[in-house]
Design a protein around this ligand. Structure first.
Ligand SMILES: Cc1ncc(COP(=O)(O)O)c(C=O)c1O
Length: 378
């Protein structure tokens, strides 16, 4: 066996190395222009994302959490209106709901995909439900057709948290391709550096086909101002930085190839981890194009498995260790352990394996072999 080098969970320096000149040129152009806030670099990137997702508008903002907050504010909901969110997701999804003055209603998830579905959402419905906020977790879309049908029947909106799923898509019942973010009232994206399309800092964006909503979002991200010094609503300062837009725009043409590389790594894991008792591989629902932001398995003796891998220089991630309904900051909502059993069990079993595009087949195989060895040794 050769010398073992460390295998990180993501390797951003490796990605930068593959396109240093293009990114440096894009950054230099913004520096030359001295147009740092909104302006042409941001507009060009917004247009490129809108085209890629297949919607009329893309509105850049400071991060993916603000993107959710901005949409909820722009919908003009009332205080303590309810928003159904998964209990198993990144904290920011629920934090944005809370900070928008709304009440998060935590919903259990599908045990195999970790996503919301119509059954779990129906169980959380009340006469104050105004929005269903599915998260396309780990790069696979939640079942949009059934969620949209349920929400439309009951007069609520669907806002897609596509923070982890730019480029993911799904076949609609009519046989069309719906990209993550494109079928709800709006979809939100994060460009946190480790995302499949990551900036050199924070960044976010909202996609929507709704012209009036897009106009409100553009105002709300600049304090709520209209023009001539007039403010109709109190917004925030949440703009996509032009330097970030330039980096992201330079990277955007690579996203398809990077996604393919992630899918190749995932296919190696799928094959090599098949049949290991103690490991549940990620399920992909029919008609879904999974972009593997994370390749997350459920593993028996998860914490021991992680140390076994760590000792061999193989890093893993833990998304997410604690369900949102049991976070101390939401104690006043009155949830108890046992309320959302699937989300709670998932937190004790999940582990994310390195799946980043530059990983390569050899390192993916080494991770898979180390997992096999762990369970073989009992
Ligand atoms: C599912 C999900 N929602 C929201 C966010 C928030 O995005 P950001 O970190 O850009 O605020 C993230 C990313 O971190 C995320 O993974």
């Amino acid at each position: 066996m050769g010398v073992l080098t460390n295998t990180p969970l993501v390797d951003l320096p490796a990605q930068y190395d593959t396109m240093r000149a293009e990114i440096d040129r894009a950054l230099a152009e913004v520096v030359e222009s001295q147009r740092f806030v909104l302006g042409p670099a941001v507009e060009a990137f917004e247009e490129a994302v809108a085209e890629r997702v297949g919607v009329r508008h893309a509105v850049g903002c400071a991060n993916g959490t603000d993107a959710i907050w901005l949409v909820l504010r722009a919908l003009g909901l009332g205080r303590s209106d309810e928003v159904i969110v998964p209990a198993f997701t990144f904290f920011g999804t629920a934090g944005a709901v809370w900070n928008a003055g709304l009440r998060p209603v935590f919903c259990d998830v599908d045990a195999e995909t970790f996503n919301l579905d119509a059954d779990t959402v129906r169980a959380c419905w009340s006469d104050r439900t105004r929005v269903v906020l599915p998260v396309h977790l780990f790069g696979q879309m939640a079942p949009m057709a059934e969620l949209l049908e349920l929400a439309h029947e009951r007069g609520a909106r669907v806002v897609e948290d596509a923070a982890q799923a730019l480029g993911a898509w799904q076949r609609t019942p009519g046989g069309e391709t719906a990209f993550a973010g494109a079928s709800g009232t709006a979809g939100t994206v994060s460009f946190f550096p480790t995302k499949n399309l990551g900036g050199f800092g924070d960044g976010g964006l909202i996609v929507t086909d709704d012209d009036a909503l897009a106009r409100r979002l553009r105002r709300l991200r600049t304090h709520g101002g209209v023009s001539g010094g007039r403010y109709d609503a109190v917004g925030v300062n949440s703009r996509l930085d032009a330097l970030q837009a330039a980096v992201l725009h330079a990277k955007l043409p690579r996203l398809t190839g990077w996604t393919e590389a992630r899918r190749t790594n995932a296919a190696i894991y799928d094959e090599m981890l098949a049949g290991i008792s103690g490991v549940l591989r990620p399920a992909v629902r029919s008609g879904n194009f999974h972009t593997y932001h994370q390749y997350t398995i459920r593993a028996r003796a998860r914490d021991r498995l992680r140390s076994h891998l760590r000792q061999r220089g193989l890093e893993t991630g833990l998304y997410y260790p604690r369900p949102l309904h049991l976070q101390p900051c939401f104690a006043e909502l009155g949830y108890r352990p046992g309320d959302l059993p699937v989300a709670e069990a998932a937190c004790g079993e999940v582990v994310s394996l390195p799946v980043f595009p530059e990983l390569g087949a050899e390192r993916a195989k080494r991770v898979a072999r180390a997992i096999r060895d762990f369970y073989r040794a009992g």
